[in-house]
Design a protein around this ligand. Structure first.
Ligand code: GZL
Length: 628
């Protein structure tokens, strides 16, 4: 029999344990801001920063906080890894433990953090912000076109040093980051045929003090330097402090970031400490705006949002209506008359183009926009004439799919002078001043070419060689230029692939068939691969291969780009081997951009659509629901 006292002791002990457990769960709740402990919000956003020692990152967090503050149903938790990649991986785990609904992560060290990002992406949406991550395992990237910023910095260095040129030290961020590689590539491309030379490259790891120390020790022994190109603001400030210490104030410094804060590069420029800088908008505001669309499962979420960078040599001109910015938004009409958009379509050359046109027309109807649709029938002159006609008609916005990359400066200057914003739908242009157009909505053509080549390399059999015939799209068009370049970037790494013939096509089935028939006459069964820049030429090539007596998809591997319904059909019966998607359904994003403009919103410089790939297997399942 248990004595009365013993029974009381056991009861008290049991009560004590229960109380302790209850207390513990309360503490956990208060430490763990899970939704159940804090009523009234719907979404919890986690923000993982690699460090907060850079003014640019502080500005990024401030933008995020400000934008979240506009939404009562949203909370945000920030973490700062203090420059440790291991710590940043830990921070992400902790944020996941809090039950965040979406992760915003900015990376200094993408090589170390890509696996972490990829694994989070399996569970919740991920927005990569500012500095890139390898690959495409994320929902959305918001940042800048780093190769373009590097190129502009190189052009500015040439302007600064003049024809006599000079010696340059390049201060790079953390080695291995796509941002470092792209900014460096753009800079080097811009100075390659000049008297500017890079005499030393260092890695300041995006940090001010490390950059300062590296420069002080190197410049002590090497005084003959004319310019330092620093890939971010913190390193530009480090460069400035190093030159001050060594009394080398004559040396120019070009930076990137352009943060408007104490000791930010705007202040450094206005105090003549920096020769100039290029803004790299942090993107915090845009990240939150798109996070809301993603969490609300909106359709048409892009893959990349590229923000516009401006050259700053005199901060007083920032954001003025100078040539530094694209056309102003159309003045919202006082009446409720519909917005009028002039759309100069390049032609009707392919199934993709027909789907693109339909998407724009349907989206305009849906949005209540009056669309003035015209078809330029593959003539650049006609497209220019149509744009001039839209200017005369004083449309609110001009949209067009430029046949080729060049030849648009004059007419776009006329549109800008008329105060009419121009949106590039589907294809980019290459003009002297990128403020001549307001936004680009379309694909990353170089990546499409890379995807085609990566798949091909995966198929390669040991000991085999693969002579390739390439069917190029319309000459000098952005898709043909990009797909050609991207494909070569990848296959040139593997000697089993060689370009037998690269033939000039025009995206039509007729041309694809004629070019392929002629190549077969010349090369016969030597041809092992056909890489076609679009489906229509690939389908023409398939017919030519069959007429020649060979089996397409078996005797000859055929890779195409677009992934229209007719291509998926050819994939599903084994006549096509692989298709890289190029999203034709750009109408909704174009009309959203038009509406945003009319409401005075600033558009990103580029909105890059989300795209996939199709094998013979995946085509079978996708075919039934394929929209185009
Ligand atoms: C790509 C587009 C190309 C398609 C072709 O965005 O411009 O033009 O790949 C089309 O099918 O003719």
């Amino acid at each position: 029999m248990i004595g009365r006292n013993a029974f009381r002791f056991i009861l008290l002990f049991a009560l004590f344990i229960a109380a302790a457990l209850l207390l513990r769960s309360c503490i956990l709740n208060s430490e763990n801001p899970g939704k159940e402990s804090d009523i009234g919000y719907k979404y919890l956003i986690g923000v993982s920063q690699p460090n907060l020692s850079e003014p640019w990152r502080v500005a990024m967090n401030e933008e995020i906080e400000q934008e979240v503050g506009k939404h009562g149903d949203m909370r945000v938790i920030f973490t700062d890894a203090a420059q440790s990649s291991d710590q940043q991986a830990q921070d992400v785990k902790k944020l996941m433990g809090y039950g965040i609904d979406l992760l915003i992560i900015s990376l200094d060290d993408p090589v170390a953090l890509t696996p972490t990002v990829s694994s989070v992406y399996k569970d919740i949406p991920v927005i990569v912000l500012g500095r890139g991550v390898a690959g495409y395992d994320y929902t959305l990237y918001v940042g800048t076109d780093d190769e373009m910023i590097g190129r502009k910095a190189g052009e500015f260095a040439r302007e600064t040093l003049g024809a006599s040129g000079g010696k340059i030290v390049e201060m790079q961020g953390l080695a291995g980051s796509p941002t470092v590689e792209e900014r460096s590539k753009g800079f080097r491309d811009a100075i390659q045929d000049s008297k500017l030379s890079i005499v030393q490259t260092m890695n300041g790891d995006w940090q001010r003090d490390l950059s300062e120390d590296l420069l002080v020790s190197w410049l002590k022994e090497n005084h003959d330097v004319d310019l330092i190109f620093a890939q971010n603001e913190a390193m530009a400030l480090g460069a400035y402090r190093a030159l001050q210490k060594l009394n080398m104030n004559h040396v120019n410094i070009i930076g990137i970031d352009g943060v408007n804060s104490e000791n930010g590069s705007l202040q450094l420029v206005s105090k003549n400490k920096l020769t100039g800088t290029f803004t790299s908008p942090p993107g915090g505001k845009e990240a939150i705006q798109y996070a809301i669309d993603i969490l609300n499962k909106e359709k048409g979420i892009p893959k990349k949002i590229i923000l516009r960078s401006q050259k700053i040599t005199d901060p007083s001109t920032l954001n003025s209506e100078s040539s530094n910015s694209p056309s102003p938004a159309p003045s919202p009409d006082q009446t409720d008359a519909p917005l009028v958009v002039g759309f100069a379509q390049v032609g009707m050359e392919s199934g993709w183009r027909i789907a693109h046109t339909k998407s724009v027309i349907d989206a305009a109807k849906e949005a209540g926009v009056e669309l003035l649709y015209e078809n330029a029938e593959q003539s650049q002159d006609k497209q220019i004439e149509l744009i001039r006609r839209f200017i005369k008609q004083k449309v609110d916005v001009i949209a067009f799919s430029p046949k080729t990359e060049t030849g648009w400066d004059e007419v776009l200057k006329e549109a800008k002078e008329a105060g009419i914003p121009v949106i590039l739908s589907d294809r980019e242009v290459n003009v002297s001043d990128d403020t001549l157009w307001t936004a680009y909505i379309g694909s990353d053509f170089r990546e499409e070419g890379r995807r085609a080549a990566r798949w091909l390399i995966q198929q390669a059999e040991e000991g085999e060689s693969y002579p390739i015939v390439e069917l190029q799209g319309t000459q000098h068009s952005a898709p043909a230029v990009g797909r050609k370049q991207g494909f070569r970037e990848v296959i040139q790494t593997d000697k089993t692939f060689m370009m037998l013939e690269s033939l000039q096509g025009d995206f039509t089935k007729k041309q694809g068939k004629e070019l392929m028939a002629a190549a077969l006459e010349r090369q016969g069964s030597k041809i092992k691969v056909v890489y076609s820049h679009n489906d229509d030429m690939a389908l023409g090539a398939i017919e030519a291969i069959e007429d020649f007596g060979l089996r397409p998809g078996k005797d000859i591997i055929i890779i195409s780009v677009d992934a229209t319904k007719s291509a998926l059909k050819a994939l599903s019966i084994g006549k096509l081997s692989f298709a890289v998607e190029c999203n034709a359904l750009l109408g909704p994003q174009l009309m959203k951009a038009v509406k945003d403009l009319s409401e005075g919103k600033e558009l990103p410089m580029k909105i890059i659509t989300s795209e996939g790939v199709f094998t013979q297997e995946s085509a079978k399942t996708a075919l039934a629901s394929r929209e185009y």
